[in-house]
Design a binder for this molecule. Sequence first.
Ligand code: TEU
Length: 555
Amino acid sequence: MKHTNWYKDAVIYQIYPRSFKDSNGDGFGDIPGIISKLDYLKELGVNCVWLSPVYNSPQADNGYDISDYCSIYPPFGTMDDFDLMLKEMHKRGIRLIMDLVVNHTSSEHPWFIESRKSKDNPYRDFYIWKKGKGKNPPNNWTSFFGGKAWEYDELTDEWYLRIFTKEQPDLNWENPKVREEVKKILKFWLDKGVDGFRCDVINLLSKDQSFKSGHELLVKGSSYFVNGPRIHEFLNDLNLSVLDNYDCMTVGETCFTTLEDARMYAGKDRHELNMIFNFDHTSVDNYLGVKWLMRKFKLINLKKAFDKWQYGNKEGWNSLFIENHDQRRSVGRFNTSSTTYRKESSKMLATMCYLQKGTPFIYQGQEIGMTNGDFASLDEIQDTETHTINETMKKMHLPKSFIKKSLYNGTRDNARTPMQWDDSKYAGFSTKTPWLKVNENKSFINVKESLIDENSILNYFKKLIEYRKNEPLIKDGVYLDLDPKNKNVYIYSRKKDNEEIVCISNFSDRTIKYKLKKNQNYKDYQIKLSNYQNNEIDSSFITLKPYEVVVLKNK
Ligand code: TEU
């Protein structure tokens, strides 16, 4: 099979299906809804969609708990709807990557229903069952969502491992039968014509078989299951047995991953994944990568995180993102503004991120500058993670005000509010009360308005995507951070031969007179993109207005 590496030219748009577009008035997004918006995506200029899970699922974790990998959850539509969506995407030159969630299944998956029945059930070893220590779990491992990572089952007097919710038992990848089943799932979707996978928590598959207790501060035991002992063997096997036979792409979601890990997952000739998501830059405003522990943002740290991957991921290829369905919205984050300078902030952040080397991932709503949810109480928040973390923090007797602030700030529902298509009651997302509250700011933040307004964030995103497509330097140019120590300005260049692009961003709400160095003579450079009309550049200074971004090129 010839591999075209098309992913290096992809601009990927993530759809979180339950919040994208409801076609049948049940308050819940669906596949026909997605089909109705494909022309919108085509016009935006994206050429690939990552679709969060649409498989059959009890929805304990919004579809990241799958009970049947080869069927569609009925509220999303039918398999015929899916096939039509794929055809309509391909017709428009848009590829489709699916979400592959195989660290765990749903507790309602037939494998788990069987596994639970008895110790000698043929499916027992599809999951990780252990004897407890007296009344306690087998070890001290904790869940990513807070609390213990083990669940007791009275029927057989054993505990099963579940690193996420109790409805998401971890599969036992040591069992070759599990690996064969996963290969069948991959083949099923690839043979339908899908173009690849975003691989959910893929670096957690292999667990250290000693099952020792961990000493880590927060996710206890994580050193025994993050980038575990057989992970590369498992991924290599999936790749050589299935993925390698298709011109498809994979991007692995890999938390707590170093450059060296990245090289192992997605380095040259490794035959595992094409690229990974690292979370260094989304961890700069918290402690230890734990978003509940908020920390003051410093631009220098953000630049350090980007520099590390731009310089260090030499053999690999980076993924470029600042939003997804687990992160809060980017406007208002990284010292930017979600009010007065919302438009400027949103355009600046996108430019700063997407002109780096790698593949851009845009999360639905980011292209119109959607903001965090405006939840009035915790009852309006649905996400399971928020509620378990709430319980955990209460048990730790943390101050109420801290818990509240931390939950509203960190809840994943911030990114999951219904897509704002217009200013009608339910934002054109649905005709009925949606599953999650629509943000009141739909009255002025919506697609309809953005299409009319020439200076909208949406129209800027179109220009930015178009620019990327027509400028080879963005794919190939060498990245250089020109002033890593500056506290307010992020200025980097992309260079190849005699050509150079310079991207300059002001991360503050003040006008800054940025002094250029002697070798930075941009007098003859042209302005290619900016979020302001009149840019002031002379031979020794660039005046940057609040959240201004300017992209210059020497030819
Ligand atoms: O996320 C994995 C993951 O690491 C997140 O749990 C992350 O730590 C957390 O959201 C930060 O708050 C993936 C999916 O993206 C997420 O939606 C799922 O809930 C999770 O896996 C389990 O499948």
